[in-house]
Design a protein around this ligand. Structure first.
Ligand code: B12
Length: 226
């Protein structure tokens, strides 16, 4: 039943069939499938396959737009189940956003949901976020971590710009920056002076936990909020 519903979800996203996708998602939740597996194995794998088809000229932009809407609808259905798994007290604050010029936010949303499950508090600035906004909010909220998502080879350059702007504003010593998104690599993260990189949402949680630990040590363990 579960395997069959995963297959239905995959097909429904590829065919941009909202009704079938919602039904398959509900069936998976009812059958007790892991929420993270529904997001990663069900939705993300289908979206990645659609991306491959798009590259090969076998899928077109309207289909991708429609599939992205469905992805959002279905991940919203899964999120409460995901959060119910967490139950840990909110600890460190993460400021999260997709960089300027970039409208891709599905991956960023999954990372946000998974961080919340792991007990992080997340302030999500959304997508196409101007550099100044990251700096203003970092100054105002004083997060432990800033997470920067970029899905385009052009916009990944903005990740460096944000890091430089945090430096210029004197905020860099107090904040850890992690970067991600399909074109982003560990080598790119190193090159631009980011503190962490993750290829997927599960890894992002591991990286954030490590960075939050390091940030707590840097402030002499004065980690009052969590
Ligand atoms: C869906 C999609 C869209 C949707 C986005 C809808 C939305 N609300 O997000 C729409 C249709 C709007 C779109 C538009 C465009 N897109 Co598009 N899109 C995709 C597609 C098919 C899937 C991306 C996706 O959502 N994947 C699923 C999510 C879950 O995965 P993910 O984003 O990679 O996130 C995971 C990890 O990367 C990581 N992660 C993500 N963020 C972060 C952040 C941190 C801090 C960390 C630690 C980890 C992390 O964890 C996530 C979860 O596991 C990709 C193909 C691909 N292979 O990626 C193309 C793709 C990214 N798009 C592409 C292009 C070219 C465009 C357009 C320019 C097309 C056009 N001609 O208009 C526009 C650009 C618009 C803009 N200014 O941003 C190209 C980019 C090529 C390049 N080298 O730059 C791709 C690769 C497709 C291709 N042709 O090859 N797109």
């Amino acid at each position: 039943m579960v395997e069959e519903a995963f297959a239905r979800l995959h097909e429904a996203v590829l065919n941009a069939d909202e009704e079938a996708a919602v039904k398959a998602t509900r069936d998976l939740l009812d059958a007790g499938a892991e929420p993270q597996a529904i997001l990663e194995r069900g939705l993300t794998e289908a979206m990645t396959e659609l991306g491959r088809r798009w590259n090969r000229g076998e899928a077109f932009l309207p289909e991708v737009v429609a599939a992205a809407e469905i992805f959002k609808t279905c991940s919203d259905l899964v999120e409460p189940a995901l959060l119910a798994r967490g139950g840990r007290k909110a600890g460190h604050l993460v400021l999260m956003g997709t960089v300027k010029g970039d409208l891709h936010d599905l991956g960023k949303n999954i990372v946000t949901a998974m961080l919340k499950t792991a007990g992080f508090e997340v302030s999500d600035l959304g997508r196409d976020v101007p550099t100044e906004r990251f700096v203003e909010e970092a100054a105002r909220l004083r997060p432990k971590i800033v997470g920067l998502s970029a899905l385009l080879t052009t916009t990944m350059l903005e990740q460096r710009t944000v890091i430089q702007a945090l430096e210029a504003a004197g905020l860099r010593p107090d904040v850890r920056v992690m970067v991600g998104g399909a074109p982003v690599t560990a080598a790119w993260a190193d090159e631009i002076g980011a503190d962490g990189y993750a290829a997927n949402a599960a890894e992002a949680v591991e990286v954030a936990l490590r960075l939050a630990g390091a940030a707590a040590q840097d402030t002499g363990g004065r980690d009052t909020d969590g």
